[in-house]
Design a protein around this ligand. Structure first.
Ligand SMILES: [Fe+2]
Length: 234
């Protein structure tokens, strides 16, 4: 719960945004949502990231076929739910949502609770707090940008990013991928405007700091794809 970017403030914001999420993904249980939200980023605990327990940590956040999770995380969440008033089905939904919240792609078999938690987890990143989350989580071991080649984004996989700059585009891609995110942005466009303003400011500072051409707009265009025109500079 103390892991930067996945800390208690992130969890509290997810808990508090339940009404917004419910407008887009209705039908989940209030208490199951709160339980899943509180448990979900315990997966960042060093105990659960132990390479002995998680042999393929590097593949952990990749495509579904590479999906690997720490059994110890699932066991721990189930253990914590043992004394709870949730019935077996509710416990299964909570565990499933907590364990799978970080997967990249939606699935037709995702429960409403999992959809809600995944949407909330992403929505919390698309704003000024989200611009800070990458630095809080990766800042100890990733450069802000590659001084030899700052622009261009080759990978936005969680284990594949080599700079903090890349993490901005991992978040922006969610806008293109997720209809739920686009609905929330439509209702709260200031969050997207702030996020893009920060990314563009990074591009300007990098370019001026190194005396090179600013190519941030091309990276934004690539991340937003068909949705870029709505957000291009006026
Ligand atoms: Fe999270």
């Amino acid at each position: 719960m103390g892991c930067g970017g996945h800390d208690v403030t992130h969890v509290l914001r997810i808990v508090n945004m339940e009404p917004q999420i419910r407008e887009v993904v209705p039908g989940f249980d209030h208490y199951e949502y709160r339980a899943a939200a509180w448990f979900h980023n315990a997966d960042r605990s060093p105990d659960f990231m132990n390479p002995v327990q998680v042999p393929k940590v590097g593949e952990r956040m990749g495509e579904p076929e590479h999906w690997r999770f720490s059994q110890s995380f699932e066991v721990a969440v189930r253990k914590l739910l043992e004394e709870s008033p949730f019935d077996c089905d509710a416990r299964d939904r909570i565990v499933d949502a907590a364990v799978h919240h970080g997967k990249k792609h939606d699935s037709l078999t995702d429960s409403v609770l999992l959809q809600a938690l995944r949407l909330a987890d992403k929505w919390d990143r698309l704003g000024v707090m989200g611009t800070n989350a990458g630095g809080a989580f990766y800042g100890a071991y990733l450069l802000p940008y590659n001084p030899e080649s700052p622009f261009g984004v080759s990978s936005t996989a969680e284990g594949g990013m080599s700079t903090l700059y890349h993490n901005f585009f991992r978040i922006l891609e969610w806008y293109a991928m997720s209809e739920g995110i686009r609905i929330l942005v439509e209702r709260h466009p200031e969050r997207m405007r702030i996020f893009l303003a920060v990314v563009r400011a990074w591009g300007e500072e990098i370019a001026s700091g190194h005396g090179i051409q600013n190519e941030v707009e091309q990276d934004i265009r690539n991340a937003l794809g068909l949705h870029y025109d709505a957000w291009k500079p006026s």
